[in-house]
Design a protein around this ligand. Structure first.
Ligand SMILES: [Zn+2]
Length: 188
C-alpha cells in the first residue's frame, strides 16, 4: 500500500530517468547494461528503491497508522528483530534489533503490533544509527506521552564496514532515553 503510494507519485518520465541512472551506473562500473542478464535490472532496482525508501512520506506527514489504547499504567518492554535501514554515507544496509522500554502515563499505550510498523517506517529512509534511534524514541514519546521511554538499537552489521574500507565485523549500539528532562544519550 505504502509502496504503491510512492509509485503513484512518480511520473513515467521520473521512473525512466531513474532507470537511465541505473543503466549509467552499470556501465560506469564496467558492465554492459544491454546484456540480457541486466536488461530488467534498472526496473528491478527502481521497484526495490520504492520499497526500501518508502518511509519518507509517512514520517514527514507523521501520518502513522497508530491506535492508542486505554490500559493500566505500567512498564512495557519489547524487542523488534530484523530491522533494516541504509546508511546515508554509502547507501548500504545496516541491520539489527531495536529494544523499546517505556513507562506509560494516563493509561495510554500503543497497540503492540503498531510499534514494529512505526519502526519500519522510520527505518525506510537514508539513516544513521544514532539518528534513527532518536527518531524512534522521539516519535513514540510524542505519540504516547509516557513517563519515559528508552530505545536501544543493537546493530549486528553495517555492510559499509564489512564490505568496504576496514572490511571488518563490528557490532554497535546506540541508546536514547527521553523523559520530562529531555533527551539523553548513553555516552553523555
Ligand atoms: Zn556507511
Amino acid at each position: 500500500m505504502r509502496i504503491a503510494e510512492i509509485k503513484n507519485k512518480k511520473t513515467k518520465e521520473e521512473q525512466d530517468k531513474f532507470e537511465e541512472c541505473i543503466k549509467y551506473l552499470i556501465s560506469y562500473i564496467g558492465d554492459d547494461p544491454n546484456r540480457s542478464g541486466l536488461l530488467e535490472t534498472p526496473k528491478r532496482v527502481r521497484k526495490m528503491y520504492e520499497e526500501i525508501f518508502a518511509g519518507y512520506e509517512i514520517t514527514k506527514t507523521k501520518n502513522f497508522d497508530i491506535k492508542m489504547f486505554e490500559e493500566c499504567d505500567g512498564l512495557v518492554k519489547l524487542k523488534i528483530k530484523n530491522v533494516y535501514s541504509c546508511c546515508e554515507h554509502h547507501m548500504l544496509p545496516f541491520f539489527g534489533e531495536v529494544l523499546i522500554t517505556y513507562r506509560s502515563k494516563n493509561k495510554k499505550v500503543i497497540g503492540l503490533s503498531k510499534i514494529p510498523r512505526l519502526v519500519h517506517d522510520i527505518s525506510h529512509k537514508l539513516q544513521l544509527q544514532e539518528r534513527m534511534t532518536e527518531e524512534i524514541a522521539q516519535t513514540l514519546f510524542d505519540l504516547m506521552n509516557p513517563e519515559w521511554i528508552e530505545v536501544l538499537f543493537k546493530c549486528e552489521k553495517h555492510l559499509c564496514v564489512s564490505m568496504r574500507g576496514a572490511k571488518s565485523e563490528m557490532e554497535t549500539e546506540s541508546f536514547v532515553r527521553i523523559d520530562k528532562d529531555g533527551v539523553h544519550h548513553k555516552y553523555e
